[in-house]
Design a protein around this ligand. Sequence first.
Ligand code: ADP
Ligand code: MG
Length: 591
Amino acid sequence: MTKQGIITKVSGPLIVAKNMGSAQVYDVVRVSNKRLIGEVLELRGDLASIQVYEETAGIGPGEPVYLTNEALSVELAPGLIGGIFDGIERPLDEIYKAYGQGIPLGVDIPKLNREKKWDFIPTVKVGDEVVSGDIIGEVQESESVVHKIMVPFGKKGKITAIHEGSFTITETLGEILNDDKIVKLQMLQTWPVRRKRPYTDKIAPTQPMVTGQRVIDTLFPIAIGGIAAIPGPFGSGKTVVQHQLAKWADADIIVYIGCGERGNEMTDVLMEFPELKDPRTGQPLMKRTVLIANTSNMPVAAREASIYTGITIAEYYRDMGYKVAIMADSTSRWAEALREMSSRLEEMPGEEGYPAYLGSRIAEFYERAGLVLTLGAKPRVGAITAIGAVSPPGGDTSEPVSQATLRIVKVFWGLSASLAYKRHFPAIDWLKSYSLYDEQIRDFFNTHVDKNWTNHVSFVSELLQTEASLQEIVRLVGVDSLGASDRLKLLVAQMIREDYLHQNAFDSVDTYTSLDKQFKLLDLIVEFNRLAELSIQDNVSFQAIDNLTIKEQIGRFKYVIEKQALKTYENILNEMNHQFDELRKESNNGY
Ligand code: ADP
Ligand code: MG
């Protein structure tokens, strides 16, 4: 490298250097002879403001800055799946193996392994014409993931050579000829993280991403390609919900960004998530996961970059035609990193010290999610579903990060401290949460699960609203002031909360409920309500209904394994009819 700048100022993770006229914004630079990794954030004449991704202690004015003239990029190739990376894709697991705790400054370990050989099976032959995005072959990347090798963006032509065999990610797999120029093909591609990867078209989502979490699928469903936020105070269950989605959601690939919530030690990161099991295969969940980890003791700048690194990797697997789910836990920690950099840049602060562009940065991130038709002569449908946790201080969502997030996401799962305190999990507040995908995906439920799905769901949401106003009356004048039919409403609402919405993530059966079983459980509660209303019309007392033992059977239905759900459901329906018949007989006999 010939061109170099000179440091004029150091302020924590921010460095100002002069003599930087030939750099560009978002270029990577190496700072001082320790070769710390930095990225140009701002250029004014030949002065550059540089965000440094490593500890800058001991660095001072006069030291050199080396230009690379390359934008901050990620490497994309087999080896991502199962990997644990920091915010700029440095392989934490490899670094940990080589150096133990703490990343040595300026470490030059390649992002993706250069020695490992992968078995490549071509899916094109000599003479085929290919364009950007076309798949030229496959690599079994893990037990769970087939990695599709694609023609890189901007390249096309006729295949003149293609080889089957074992290759490292930088060895030549074949060649294409374009306008008399030979382009060598390899597995490895790079992509600048702050630029979205192109696709042919966006498609409106029409299918839910089934999660097996009843409150989500039934009341506040998310579409495949949708975007959701989970705001909630500390301890309200954000991480458990994100882990549940990572395990159970209908997604081929998981990109999980752990953003400095807890965990001061690298070992925490390397332990916690990798222990999760993939319920479908019994294998570690890591076999279809890319983990980006920022512990709170890592430099803030790497946290800022982590969501771009994560979403770029997600886009890459989307381009292969996969359903990717990306989780960021928590975007508040990311926004704090943004705030810190902005204040060091001495930008005009907006609300609560966050930069004025906070909202547009959040929007840019979520807009990279979606359902798309990919590039390529034979395009595929791929999806990124994005779910961001938000941890507003004190749980108050009127703060800027929550507000900016709510303006862009279409699903809001608001976690409530008081529900968590009562151990009602998931603590998703049914009165504040919403899903704007409801209408787009309603048909799916009605045609694929049951034609009564929407009716049942409306019944549930209306009853929960009614419960809130009835509780208000009860608080003022006591429960005795209510008539039998209002008492029944409270009872059924309680069944919905306790037997339906409450779901234990740590119970081996309750942790996941298929849509079919969700409907059956809903149906039992709706049917209970219908029979109870009829009984009340027949002058059966509320107390007699409240005493029915069928309630307990309905309450246990969620713990019934899927295979027995149908049989048990039918038995409960029969028994329920029988119990209500008996009640009405007794009351007609004048009891
Ligand atoms: P947060 O990330 O919001 O700080 P966590 O996700 O770590 O909160 O949840 C805190 C605790 O709440 C968990 O350790 C667990 O005990 C309990 N919890 C949260 N969600 C559930 C759930 N769905 N089922 C059972 N327990 C839960
Ligand atoms: Mg958490």
